[in-house]
Design a protein around this ligand. Structure first.
Ligand SMILES: O=C[C@H](O)[C@H](O)[C@H](O)COP(=O)(O)O
Length: 224
């Protein structure tokens, strides 16, 4: 059922899209449904341009005939539509399950609005024990992992089969859990201060609202 919930949320986000907009195109299995419908709308005449948040999304958008642009031409985007791995009632997000967190954060941060699309399984009360992706440089990665451990995290290097997972930006991902995350922004800041950390998958304040797909249809959740 989760795919049906992803579809309903992913498609609903397009109700907010209008002719002439520049869109941030997120990454993942929920955005998949947004892209499929966006491709159909473009074929029917909708005039938009997109900036993809990953190579995978770029490939899919091109296959679907969605016109693409870049930051040089459009440094400010109207709306980014993207998924998430976990969402709290304050609309704090964990992202990066697909490894695209760095470009996703750059694109969302340059957008007037970020619409997050999830199925209801992504709603959590807190990030206690939730796996948080952290993008790190390969050089001295062992040291960076130990520094993350020293902050109280339980880090695991993300694998891709027998190899380490490599992001679109040629970095690694460390998936980290913390037993208790009382302050999401503070944890992001502590991780970000480590020299080997490029970016974290914690998005404390970027979501404008969240569209949640469930058996009830869709709920639009505002920050509480
Ligand atoms: O790196 C991947 C992204 O942050 C995704 O948006 C996130 O992992 C959610 O993906 P999905 O919609 O496949 O659950």
């Amino acid at each position: 059922m989760s795919d049906a919930y992803k579809r309903v949320a992913g498609e609903r986000a397009l109700d907010y899209v209008k002719d002439g907009m520049v869109l941030g195109l997120g990454t993942g299995s929920t955005v998949y449904y947004t892209l499929q419908k966006l491709g159909r709308l473009v074929q029917e005449g909708l005039q938009i341009k997109g900036i993809p948040t990953s190579k995978a999304t770029e490939v899919m958008a091109k296959e679907l005939g969605i016109p693409l642009t870049n930051f040089r031409e459009h440094p400010v985007l109207d709306i980014t539509i993207d998924g998430a791995d976990a969402v709290t009632p304050k609309l704090e997000l964990v992202k990066g399950g697909g490894g695209a967190l760095l470009r996703e954060k750059l694109v969302a941060g340059a957008s007037k609005q970020m619409i997050v699309i999830v199925d209801e399984s992504k709603r959590v009360d807190s990030f206690d024990g939730v796996s948080i992706p952290v993008e790190v440089v390969p050089f001295a990665v062992e040291t960076t992992v130990e520094r993350i451990r020293a902050l109280g995290g339980r880090p695991t290097m993300r694998q891709d089969g027998d190899e380490l997972f490599v992001t679109d930006n040629a970095h690694y991902i460390v998936d980290v859990t913390f037993a208790s995350v009382p302050d999401v922004a503070a944890l992001h800041d502590r991780l970000k201060r480590l020299t080997g950390v490029v970016e974290t998958g914690l998005f404390p304040d970027l979501a404008s609202f969240v569209i949640v797909g469930s058996a009830r249809g869709v709920d639009v959740v505002e920050r509480s």
